[in-house]
Design a protein around this ligand. Structure first.
Ligand code: ADP
Ligand code: MG
Length: 690
């Protein structure tokens, strides 16, 4: 057969049955090519096996049952809605499927046909009822009970599950046979790993739960093995390079740095700083992950480390994942370092060529000692005079580090990665290689959890009354409005929210509006007024998500809370957990009854760790690891956490593999080498291999 690897790059719209419109919708999930679809892994599976006995059904628990259609009935309810009822008799019981406003469904069912209903059963007298169940129609003579599990994919707005399923199946039919096996056959056998083609089929359409687990294990193993090996190769290359600059923080320097900070450090911060100082003093590069919940005080620790580098005559770089974050870090540090001798430099996209050139000159001359910017900009070719430390602020994203590329002959910088995403140590190891690990468990003393409510339409009046009471007591607050920054529509949304509040519930207070369209200076002026207490309420977009820091602001309302991500909600709430007074936060939602999983989880917990886990569950795997921007597919993170033993095994195997074939020179490893370079070569700069 003609094996064209380019089939994996075929656009989805060219596949039979996908079509232009569907392909267009799938772009919202970044699914463009056959390959994208194949590695878009399900986040869950719906049992569609038809194997549940009626006697086993539990009210409220998803199940699938099989039977024969006994009756199909269509009527109009008192409210004028159409209602379709289909009665299915199975062994030992019966179930009624009910659909509203879907009259066309009736055509599907013929009395006497065999069907499977999958859904959530509810007792209805002697029978069961399922509202809008999913349906599998069985062909004549087909056994309704068979292993069938329907994949549920991470979604996006405007994309149907059926779009994704169809595209994935079309992609597998088109190119599934061309997937190349990376591991030698003996290896698969020895490790009990499912071959890649089978694994890809089973992960998308498993014949049984056992097969699904085996497929997951295989894919997780491969992902981790490749990453571990890549990190090992990367380290081997680094070891050939120059060592890091040893930076010793003596008591004088320590005292000078502490004197710059506006508060005494907490015991946790002190402990972490001691770990960092010990690393910096060595001539080998630090590689440390600092984890702590939003507001636990990581930024100050980073500042300490950067001032230590500067105090020892080197430069430090702080990389933020977005430009906005970079700007906010810049503002925070500027504020903390005012009247000092340390020069800050901001490197972001919005600058002119001339501004950037001047900035680079100051950096090259060593005049700018702390450089703050986005990852892309700082990790590009910035001519540091002597870069001693790189701090990477990942916030919620958790990805494989985009390492700074330095000129030949320069010492390696020390690296500190900060993350607010609490990920188990084992997973952190898997993603970042052999890094050291520091945690801030407890934030500054006296912090109280933010009381959080879901505010449904009925309760809005009393919610705003509560807000007014707090404001009259002298507190300040934020009203957060979802808006796509810099879009006309977003601006309209926030402006009209502002009008409504200013002429309605918050009429008596001093309000201002901050959004992405304002010039930096205007924005800064408003923020300053707010900080100085000249404003009571800021109506804003998620501009304030990070960075803003006003301890007297203890009230937050988040409008249309359901349109925010769970970690984003948690980040936002962090803004009103800053002082000694307990904050309150209202997640305002337009509907009162339907469950909103993200909002409900947010209201139920203020524990960042718990919320992160919940977020994994809700969002599924693919997008969690921030490697998408470099063209990689995601890791199966949710599965990583469940598969710790696979992780340990893959890591040990990768290290053993490296010991045996450090240059990946064995011809039997050619495909493995190709896979690993394709996956991680550019991210980790593995140019030297092969
Ligand atoms: P993170 O970066 O972990 O989200 P920050 O470093 O921004 O947290 O700190 C959160 C807030 O706590 C800020 O207002 C900061 O000024 C304050 N803070 C940090 N450390 C201390 C401390 N030791 N004592 C009092 N306040 C602190
Ligand atoms: Mg921070």
């Amino acid at each position: 057969m003609d094996q064209q690897p380019s089939s994996l790059t075929t656009p989805l719209e060219r596949l039979p049955g996908v079509g232009t419109a569907r392909a267009q919708r799938l772009r919202a999930l970044e699914l463009v090519t056959v390959r994208d679809a194949i590695v878009h892994f399900p986040r869950a599976y719906r049992d569609f096996s038809g194997a549940h006995a009626f006697a086993e059904l539990v009210e409220g628990e998803h199940a699938s049952v099989a039977g024969t259609v006994a009756d199909v009935r269509q009527r109009t309810t008192a409210h004028g809605r159409s209602m379709l009822t289909v009665l299915v008799d199975g062994q030992g019981g019966s179930v009624r499927g009910v659909w509203f406003n879907m009259p066309f469904m009736a055509k599907k069912f013929a009395v006497g046909a065999t069907v499977v209903f999958a859904g959530v059963p509810k007792r209805a007298g002697a029978t069961w009822e399922m509202s809008h169940p999913e349906v599998r129609l069985c062909a004549a003579g087909e056994d309704p009970v068979r292993g069938e599990y329907l994949a549920v994919y991470p979604g996006a707005e405007g994309v149907r599950q059926s779009d994704v399923r169809l595209a994935v199946q079309a992609a597998l039919a088109h190119a599934g046979e061309m997937l190349e096996e990376a591991f030698p056959e003996e290896w698969l056998a020895a490790k009990g790993l499912m071959p890649i083609r089978e694994a890809m089929h089973e992960i998308h359409a498993p014949a049984s739960l056992e097969k699904k687990d085996a497929a997951t294990r295989r894919l997780v193993y491969q992902e981790l093995f490749m990453l571990q090996l890549a990190l090992r190769l990367h380290r081997a290359q680094q070891e050939d390079r120059k060592a890091a600059a040893a930076m010793v923080v003596d008591t004088r320097l320590d005292g000078r740095i502490r004197a710059r900070l506006p508060f005494t450090l907490t015991p946790d911060q002190d402990a972490v700083i001691a770990e960092i100082s010990a690393d910096l003093a060595k001539a080998e590069p630090m590689n440390r992950l600092l984890q702590g919940d939003v507001g636990s005080g990581k930024t100050v620790v980073a500042l300490y480390a950067m001032l230590a580098a500067v105090g020892c005559g080197h430069q430090a770089a702080l990389m933020a994942p977005t430009e906005l974050l970079a700007r906010q870090h810049f503002a925070t540090l500027e504020h903390l370092l005012v009247n000092g001798r340390v020069n800050l430099e901001l490197l972001v996209g919005g600058q002119t060529q001339a501004q950037r050139r001047k900035a680079l000159e100051r950096i090259a001359a060593g005049e700018s000692q702390i450089v703050i910017g986005t990852q892309a900009l700082v990790s590009g070719a910035v001519p540091f005079k002597s870069l001693g430390l790189v701090v990477i602020d990942e916030q919620q994203r958790f990805g494989v580090i985009q390492r700074a590329t330095l000129q030949e002959g320069q010492a390696e910088p020390h690296v500190l990665v900060m993350t607010a995403t609490p990920i188990p140590r084992t997973v952190a190891h898997a993603l970042h290689g052999d890094l050291d690990y520091s945690v801030i468990e407890h934030g500054p003393a006296g912090r109280q959890p933010v009381r959080t409510y879901r505010v449904v339409p009925d309760q809005e009046a009393s919610w705003w009354e509560h807000v007014r009471k707090k404001l009259r007591e002298g507190r300040q607050g934020y009203v957060v409005v979802p808006a796509i920054e810099d879009s006309k529509r977003g601006l309209a949304t926030i402006a009209s929210a502002f009008e409504e509040l200013a002429n309605g519930p918050l009429e008596a207070f001093r309000l201002s509006l901050v959004h992405g369209r304002l010039k930096t200076a205007e924005k800064q002026a408003i923020m300053d007024d707010f900080r100085d207490g000249k404003l009571d309420v800021l109506v804003c977009t998620s501009v304030i998500e990070v960075g803003i820091d006003v301890p007297n602001a203890t009230v937050m309302a988040i409008l249309d809370a359901e349109s925010f991500g769970l970690s984003q909600l948690h980040q936002l709430r962090g803004r009103v957990a800053r002082g000694a007074v307990a904050g309150i936060c209202g997640a305002v939602t337009p509907s009162g009854t339907e469950p909103l999983p993200r909002v409900d989880a947010f209201v139920a917990s203020t524990d960042g760790f718990e919320l992160a886990r919940k977020d994994f569950e809700l969002r599924g795997a693919g997008n969690l690891v921030g490697t998408r921007q470099s063209g990689d597919d995601g890791l199966l993170v949710a599965d990583l956490i469940k598969n710790e033993s696979v992780m340990t095994e893959a890591r040990a195997d990768a290290h053993e593999f490296f010991a045996r074939d450090p240059a990946l020179a064995d011809p039997a490893h050619a495909r493995l080498k190709k896979v690993i370079l394709g996956r991680w070569g550019s991210t980790l700069g593995l140019g030297g291999v092969g």
